[in-house]
Design a protein around this ligand. Structure first.
Ligand code: ADP
Ligand code: MG
Length: 240
């Protein structure tokens, strides 16, 4: 579903991604962790070309992300993205936030998009918030709206960039629970997160990045119980 082949990326003179090779199968849940500045956000932003790469290839569901002929609207419609800062449109209600892209990009009728949107609000457990504005919601609720908005395009892949890092501790689990149910339903997911309980419970694979390198990848069990590299051991000793 997602493949990185020899991907190198620079910001100016600074090499942020170093020869990344990675294959993610349909339905796989991959957790990415690593120190701040190691290139985690950059790596997942390259998947829908929020960032360009200079060398190598990334393919998403058979589409080459760097190929100028690739239909980026189509590619981006297949990839939902949830950010640390929820990035909801503040002047739109919850249901308007959710139905905007399906009506504008997919050409869905407002009625159909609203029906799908209301189902998604049930799924993320806030069906009564359709008419609310983002500022009237808690952080956990806003992030669940952001997930529902991502799902409204009926994507094949969901990318999460530290979705719980900006939340008060008591709201983290309500967001992780939504992500866990998505994982169990077979969504292909890449989650940048330091929530290691989540990784142990639902990840098929955990990837560790450091200084732009993909240092280690393993099953959660092996990753946590038997980390291979010194850098991974050092990182785990700091966060666990
Ligand atoms: P992470 O998500 O692991 O914290 P990032 O991918 O955000 O790492 O950043 C990796 C490195 O690239 C950092 O050193 C960061 O300062 C740098 N960086 C990120 N975005 C840009 C940018 N737009 N321009 C220049 N440098 C950047
Ligand atoms: Mg980041």
């Amino acid at each position: 579903m997602i493949s990185f082949k020899g991907v190198n990326k620079w910001y100016g003179d600074f090499q942020v991604l170093k020869n990344i090779n990675l294959n993610i199968a349909k339905g796989e849940v991959v957790v990415v962790c690593g120190p701040s500045g190691s290139g985690k956000s950059t790596m997942i932003r390259c998947i829908n070309r929020l960032e360009p790469i200079q060398e190598g290839d990334i393919t998403v569901d058979g589409m080459n992300v760097s190929d100028p002929c690739t239909n980026m609207t189509l590619l981006r419609a297949e990839v939902g993205f949830v950010f640390q800062q929820f990035n909801l449109y503040p002047h739109m209600t919850v249901i308007e936030n959710i139905t905007l892209a399906p009506t504008m990009v997919r050409g869905m009728s407002r009625g159909e998009a609203t029906t799908i949107g209301m189902d998604l609000l049930k799924k993320v457990d806030i069906p009564d918030k359709a008419g609310a504005y983002p500022s009237q919601l808690s952080g956990g609720q806003q992030q669940r709206v952001a997930i529902a908005r991502g799902l409204a395009m009926q994507p094949k892949i969901m990318l999460f960039d530290e979705p719980t890092s900006a939340l008060d501790p008591e709201m983290i689990n309500e967001v992780l629970d939504v992500m866990k149910s998505l994982a169990r339903e077979g969504m292909t997911m890449i989650c940048v997160t330091h929530e290691m309980g989540f990784a142990r419970e639902v990840a098929d694979r955990v990837i560790f990045m450091d200084e732009g390198n993909l240092v280690e990848e393993n099953t959660p069990e092996e990753f946590f119980n038997n980390p291979q590299s010194d850098r991974t051991k050092d990182f785990l000793s700091k966060i666990l």
